[in-house]
Design a protein around this ligand. Structure first.
Ligand SMILES: Cc1ncc(COP(=O)(O)O)c(C=O)c1O
Length: 452
């Protein structure tokens, strides 16, 4: 076999990088909220593994032990033949954390798979009830539900969709609940929830007999940069869904498992969805894992009909991922990290508010330890920067140079214009570490501000 020598520079390496023209720092190890590269440089994991993943921090011994122990026992069994202990225990633990009645769990390998399986479950549920015309999934613009073709079709992130549009199943979309740039209530003194009423109008226009489900993120992550729904929004959405026999799917892939200061973000509004998708925080980055949490009444319909859910991927409910996820969520619960996220999230938001001293910071928003910034050329008019200036990406690179990982994004205004940045550090972050994070971010914004 050919000997593979470690590369000094890996531009031109065999791997397909996310950004083909960039040389990435080579990360060697991680601990707590820090990543360390091969040159010994330290980075604050300010966005939780870039995409708000690393909930309990890096290198937790209990999780490592659980993984090793499970690998010694068995790493994989096919789910069409066997069950196993971590699967049963993990599903029970999740069910104990969700509202009553929302307590059946289907494990997958990540967030996109969770979206795909959630909409398939919704569709099949209506079929099982003798409602075969119900198939449309209404979603929102400036949302993100995953990168597979089905999930992209339900998502409303223009940049991620546009190269694949001819391959996407056309699905109805309503505007997001986005107070900073809301077309419905921009001249009103307060939110009038017209953005929620848009769902009712769309269901009626599409024909209620055709609509299977509505999917939305409680706090919009990648596509808008930590925009929470206004109070009353999801209560209104729940009423509308009930009125038209439409299932409510909460995409809690980013918000689930304590991120926003409660176990699931929909708890902020006491709204119980029919289906919840989770990933990221469910395993805190220790293994690829996701799940679809389903109301028992839905699964009971399948059971009554003796009809199985037609889903199933090779790694559904595999023992290793379940054991790791179980250890992560146990750790999260035992250390009450949701409460920590709530308390330190308030502190982080307050510290971010100070960044308004920069003229290009137009908005600061968030919930718990999911906090975002939006950059504007003119704060009074909210005029965005031209996209070719790549403001958020440049601030992200300045921050990385200084040892802070961020999640820059674009398209917050209309899918093309708009620069934002999302933060979601591990839930174990301390106030002193938040101060360090803000200090680096402050410098990074200053550096770019000087150039524009
Ligand atoms: C809200 C939301 N849903 C779904 C996904 C897709 O998850 P994955 O990247 O694990 O497929 C993401 C990923 O960022 C997300 O933020």
């Amino acid at each position: 076999m050919t000997e593979i020598k470690p590369r000094q520079s890996y531009l031109g390496a065999s791997v397909i990088f996310r950004d083909l023209g960039r040389e990435y720092p080579l990360i060697e190890r991680a601990e707590g909220i820090y990543l360390y590269d091969t040159n010994g440089k330290r980075y604050i994991d300010g966005s939780g593994g870039s995409a708000v993943v690393t909930s309990i921090g890096h290198g937790v011994q209990e999780v490592i032990d659980a993984a090793v122990e499970q690998m010694r026992k068995v790493s994989y069994v096919p789910m069409h033949m066997f069950a196993h202990r971590p699967l049963l225990d993990f599903a029970d633990l999740i069910a104990s954390l969700t509202p009553k009645g929302l307590d059946r769990v289907w494990f997958v390998s990540g967030g996109s798979e969770a979206t795909e399986n959630a909409v398939k479950l919704a569709r099949q549920y209506h079929l099982e009830r003798g409602q075969p015309s119900k198939f449309k999934i209404i979603s929102r613009w400036q949302s993100y539900h995953g990168a597979t073709l089905g999930a992209l079709a339900y998502g409303g992130h223009t940049f991620r969709r546009r190269k694949y549009v001819p391959m996407l199943h056309d699905q109805p979309k309503i505007p997001p609940a986005y107070r900073y740039r809301c077309a419905f209530c921009k001249d009103a003194p307060a939110c009038n929830l017209e953005c929620a009423n848009a769902l009712e109008r769309t269901i009626r226009l599409e024909g209620e007999e055709n609509v299977a489900a509505f999917i939305a993120e409680p706090v919009v992550g990648a596509a808008l940069g930590a925009v929470p729904a206004p109070d009353g929004y999801f209560q209104r959405i729940r009423e509308i869904c009930d009125r038209y026999d439409v299932l409510l799917i909460a995409d809690e892939v980013m918000t689930g498992f304590g991120r926003t200061g409660v176990m699931f973000a929909m708890n902020h509004w006491n709204v119980v969805p029919d289906i919840v998708t989770v990933a990221k925080g469910i395993s805190g980055g220790y293994t690829p894992l996701g799940a679809v949490i389903v109301r028992s009444a839905i699964v009971e319909q399948f059971e009554r009909n003796r009809s199985n859910f037609v889903g199933g991927h090779t790694y559904v409910g595999n023992p290793l991922s379940c054991a790791v996820g179980l250890a992560v969520v146990r750790y999260l619960v035992e250390h009450d990290l949701a409460t920590k996220a709530r308390e330190n999230g308030k502190y982080m938001l307050a510290r971010f508010e100070e960044l308004r001293s920069h003229p290009i910071v137009g908005d600061v928003r968030g919930q718990g330890l999911m906090v975002g910034l939006e950059f504007v050329r003119d704060r009074a008019t909210k005029e965005p920067f031209p996209p070719e200036q790549r403001i958020a990406a440049r601030i992200g690179l300045e921050a990385l140079d200084r040892g802070l990982v961020t999640y820059p994004g674009t398209g917050s205004v209309d899918g093309v214009l708009g620069d934002h940045m999302l933060f979601g550090p591990p839930l174990i972050i301390t106030r002193a570490q938040i101060d360090d994070l803000v200090a680096i971010l402050d410098q990074a914004i200053t550096a770019v501000e000087r150039q524009v």
